[in-house]
Design a protein around this ligand. Structure first.
Ligand SMILES: *[C@@H]1O[C@H](CO)[C@@H](O)[C@H](O)[C@H]1NC(C)=O
Ligand SMILES: *[C@@H]1O[C@H](CO)[C@@H](O)[C@H](O)[C@H]1NC(C)=O
Ligand SMILES: *[C@@H]1O[C@H](CO)[C@@H](O)[C@H](O)[C@H]1NC(C)=O
Ligand SMILES: *[C@@H]1O[C@H](CO)[C@@H](O)[C@H](O)[C@H]1NC(C)=O
Length: 486
């Protein structure tokens, strides 16, 4: 008998050792701020005149809750905002930009304003970037740039009111250290100073920042410059793509953001105005990898940056010219034709998380698996992920989750949704179709369907009136969401 009991205990012990264990205390909660929804990226301003861009932004707003959209090139020649007459007098023309901003505002969103690039008529040179030829040279006269900023701000304060425009961020240029600025870094700092002075002269409450650098660079230099020159700076912004970092580790974003936070200190708003699972190298933006990356990192870097803006919401994007192949590893959360990628589905689940987060104990230092448990009204949401960087060890994990102090477990309904190789994976469906370059209407319908959640019910056990246990396997780079109505 004792022998039997022992082997029974041993068996339980073995099963327990094989699964990853988490316990959440639903009565012990702290704020869960949806900081990743404050902004999302897009290509350049002119795209905002396109219907497909507009449709995709509306979907991203409605399903993912993004509050702002950031893009390059509001001052590019294609927006036709600045010309000079034969006497050399400036002619400002805001019609095209109004058309874009009015749409954004009509969705209940705001532009996150990147002040770029240089109108040819005030440029010091001819160097351009990308298919759309944004002029990346310093102004031939910085006072022309200052006048442009003044006129721009006065126009939009006149159009929407100071109270609205006070909520906008005005970011000076884009990645002056990574090919978007033909001048030197000191010349960029001059632009920052002229921009800040112009913004503050219009109204001291308007928020201006920079340096919008790539690879989290030039943050100490920027802070030194603004201090030494008495330049008003309301926020520090920068970018990070994990494929730019050597060596890549699973928590590389956490390490980089923590370092940036240490540099800027606790009080200065820190904005990551671009990131994604990678830049061009080893792109996996269309794959389930991007979904697990987003869920893991948004939970992992919580509380460090004030804004964390995924680049971009759609593959209506044309830095290398608009691509026509539906799956082209573009940065977007949606493909052209608005098929939601796994990354989109991850942001959809994240958007549904509550506004409070329950404390979690157990295997919280597991090398690949983790959970987030949130609460709102009568709903508990458990997000589960199994993520590691490319080439690093990862296997299917059985996750055991105990929810303690659940207010009422009577007739609780639990549903399960998954994102993994077999769920919400339209890229795989497309490959099974033979990767049609231009899918037919019917194929698009099928792709859209394969990107939908297959919501099923999930059973649980109860060890007490206030305690619930779930167990579920999560494959590599898989994400799952359990929603419990209480
Ligand atoms: C340029 O200035 C002259 C002299 O003041 C004026 O007659 C003319 O109308 C101006 N041209 C434009 C385009 O404003
Ligand atoms: C731009 O290029 C044209 C043609 O090469 C040249 O004539 C002009 O001087 C250049 N402009 C500037 C501002 O460098
Ligand atoms: C609540 O959770 C925090 C961690 O989030 C923990 O430090 C604290 O001890 C918990 N409080 C109780 C009463 O369990
Ligand atoms: C949905 O999930 C259930 C349970 O796993 C499965 O039986 C069913 O085939 C799935 N349906 C689709 C459309 O994938």
């Amino acid at each position: 008998m004792i022998k039997l009991l022992l082997s029974f205990l041993l068996l339980i012990g073995l099963v327990a050792a094989q699964s990853v264990q988490f316990q959440a205390d639903i009565s012990n909660r702290t704020e869960w701020d949806h900081y990743w929804e404050r902004c999302v990226g897009s290509g350049h301003a002119w795209l905002g005149t396109r219907q497909d861009w507009r449709d995709a932004l509306k979907i991203a707003r409605e399903k993912l809750g993004f509050e702002r959209v950031r893009f390059h090139g509001i001052f590019d020649d294609d927006m036709n905002i600045y010309n000079v007459d034969s006497n050399g007098t400036a002619i400002y023309n805001w019609y095209n930009l109004d058309y874009v901003y009015d749409y954004i505002v009509s969705l209940g969103m705001a532009p996150y304003v990147e002040l770029s690039f240089m109108p040819t008529a005030m440029a010091s040179g001819n160097a351009t970037i990308f298919h759309y030829k944004g002029n990346i040279t310093p102004p031939k006269d910085y006072s022309l740039w200052a006048d442009l900023i003044t006129n721009f701000l006065e126009h939009y304060i006149g159009r929407y009111g100071l109270d609205i425009v006070k909520g906008w961020f005005f970011e000076t240029w884009n990645e002056p250290n990574c090919g978007f600025w033909s001048g030197t870094i000191p010349e960029y700092f001059q632009l920052l100073q002229v921009t800040s002075d112009a913004v503050k002269a219009v109204h001291p409450d308007l928020m201006v920042g920079g340096p919008a650098t790539c690879q989290s660079q030039y943050l100490p230099e920027t802070l030194e410059f603004v201090k030494a020159n008495n330049v008003a700076l309301d926020f520090i912004s920068t970018h990070e793509y994990p494929t730019d970092i050597e060596p890549v580790t699973r928590n590389v974003m956490f390490n980089v953001l923590t370092k940036s936070r240490d540099i800027v200190g606790p009080d200065m708003p820190l904005i990551y105005s671009e990131y994604n699972d990678g830049l061009y190298a080893q792109s996996m933006h269309d794959n389930i990898y991007a979904s697990a990356f987003a869920v893991f990192n948004i939970i992992d870097v919580y509380g460090i940056a004030d804004i964390f803006s995924w680049w971009t919401f759609s593959d209506v994007f044309e830095e290398q010219g608009q691509q026509s192949q539906i799956f082209n590893q573009g940065f977007g959360l949606q493909t052209i034709y608005n098929i939601p990628k796994p990354s989109f589905k991850a942001f959809e689940l994240l958007h549904e998380t509550g506004d409070e987060r329950a404390s979690v104990t157990g295997d919280i230092n597991h090398p690949t698996a983790g959970i987030l448990v949130t609460h709102r009204h009568d709903e508990i949401m458990v997000l589960v992920y199994n993520h590691n960087i490319p080439g690093a060890p990862i296997s299917t994990e059985t996750i055991s989750i105990t929810l303690d102090n659940v207010p009422s477990t009577r007739q609780a309904q639990a549903t399960l949704r998954r994102i993994d190789e077999y769920n919400c994976n339209p890229y795989a469906t497309w490959q099974e179709m033979g990767s049609p370059w231009y899918p037919t209407e019917k194929q698009l319908e099928q792709l859209y369907l394969s990107a939908s959640f297959n919501e099923t019910s999930i059973s649980y056990t109860q060890s007490s009136a206030t305690s619930i246990q779930f167990q579920l396997p999560i494959p590599p780079q898989g994400v799952a969401a359990i929603k419990l109505k209480i």
